[in-house]
Design a protein around this ligand. Structure first.
Ligand SMILES: [Zn+2]
Length: 399
């Protein structure tokens, strides 16, 4: 390993700049995955590979004293929008005014580089294996993490590099998109008697959704589950035609434990209770919204638009160890422990597979997905210094 690249903060930053310069929308992560694999090899990682869906995986072997810890970020980034509205071009990876700039600077290529390099600093002295697994399609529901875990990879714990601003994050609500589809009989607007207007059931469906929204449960850490109608699609679109298909779109932020089947059944029951027997010619169908996704490796799956939530007990040994190891950046005592406001791949690792999962990363949520995306370099350096302590503490907590 004598010739391996030095795992310094400066080299991690240069790696992050390179990653920002390679655009990687969901489903088009191949070039960035290749660049990540190259870095794993330069750093001397073992078992370096991409899997069937294109996740980039490498391992820093431990001494075999503790279960493995997985470090996870995602390879994809959200769209950058209009380049002219960026102060620094989105794919420049500029380092100016004490910040790393560009799409992915904080969500998540900066943290990805820091995590990867933090793992490298523990080469030869980690208690257990460190699996560095950066996944595809996180920004569109987490197909990469889902498939990685379904393939049998089973770390003892997962540390996610989504921005926490130096806190330790332990959960978030999940999100599902449900569709209430009303089918009718189309007809010319001049002769309503010959049609069955699918719009007629919209008021009852909205009432049902309001009632269901009022009955939502609350979690002491994550707050209330919320459900709201966010759109009505009408087909055909002609304004002189009575529509035969109306879709009411529901955005549901669910608590941990909710599954897509349960969401579908709940909305269905609420709508049935309100609509009763629909009038002649009208039927109602409830289903999860779905979209086909194709990975850059060529695997297509029809996915329901659902990301599970999760929450860790603040007293869980892994959470306590992580908070103590990270500490407060300005002050004494363990790091602040809180939920994220947004969804992560932790919904799959903890919510579905039960693997202890925490988040730790630099970056402020308010810059994510915006044209002002940036990462504070002082905060990034501090995070980089704390990460090896965090990994070691989690290994010890798993003993
Ligand atoms: Zn992210």
């Amino acid at each position: 390993m004598g010739n391996a690249r030095e795992p310094t903060f400066e080299n991690a930053l240069a790696f992050a700049q390179d990653l920002i310069r390679i655009p990687s929308p969901s489903g088009d992560e191949e070039a960035v995955a290749r660049r990540v694999i190259e870095e794993y090899e330069a750093l001397g990682f073992e078992d370096v590979r991409t899997d069937d869906v294109g996740n980039a995986i490498g391992v820093v072997k431990g001494r075999g004293e503790a279960p493995s810890v997985m470090l996870n970020c995602h390879l994809d980034v959200v769209a950058e929008g209009d380049h002219s509205e960026w102060e620094f071009p989105p794919f420049s990876g500029a380092v100016e005014q004490g910040f790393l700039h560009g799409r992915g600077a904080m969500d998540i290529k900066g943290p990805l580089a820091l995590q990867t390099y933090a793992a490298a600093t523990l080469m030869g002295r980690a208690r257990g294996d460190i699996i560095v697994a950066h996944t595809v399609f996180e920004e569109r529901g987490g197909l990469g993490m889902q498939r990685l875990l379904d393939s049998g990879v089973r770390p003892g714990a997962v540390v996610i590099g989504e921005s926490t601003h130096g806190d330790v994050c332990i959960g978030h609500r999940g999100r599902g998109e449900v569709e209430v589809v009303i089918h009718g009989l189309a007809g010319h607007a001049s002769a309503p008697g010959r049609a069955a207007n699918a719009l007629d059931l919209v008021p009852a469906v909205l009432t049902a959704l309001h009632k269901l929204a009022e009955a939502q449960a609350e979690d002491p850490m994550l707050g209330r589950s919320t459900l709201v109608a966010t759109g009505v699609d009408v087909l055909p679109e002609s304004r002189n035609v009575i529509p035969d298909k109306v879709t009411v779109v529901v955005d549901w932020r669910v608590l941990p434990g909710a599954t897509d089947e349960w969401m579908e059944r709940s909305v269905e029951a609420a709508v049935r209770a309100e609509v009763g027997d629909p009038p002649e010619g009208l039927t109602v169908e409830v289903r999860m919204a779905a979209q086909p996704q194709t990975t850059y490796t060529g695997i297509t799956s029809e996915r329901s638009l659902f990301t599970p939530g999760f929450v860790m007990d603040p007293d869980d040994p892994v959470v306590r160890a992580a908070a103590r190891a990270v500490g407060q950046r300005d002050g004494d005592g363990p790091a602040t422990v809180r939920p994220w406001a947004f969804a992560t791949d932790g919904g799959w690792s903890r919510g579905v597979h039960g693997i202890p999962t925490v988040g730790f990363a630099p970056g402020e949520e308010r810059y994510a997905h915006t044209n002002r995306e940036r990462l504070n370099l002082d905060e990034a350096r501090w995070t980089f210094e704390r990460y090896p302590l965090l990994i070691d503490a989690v290994h010890r907590a798993l003993l």
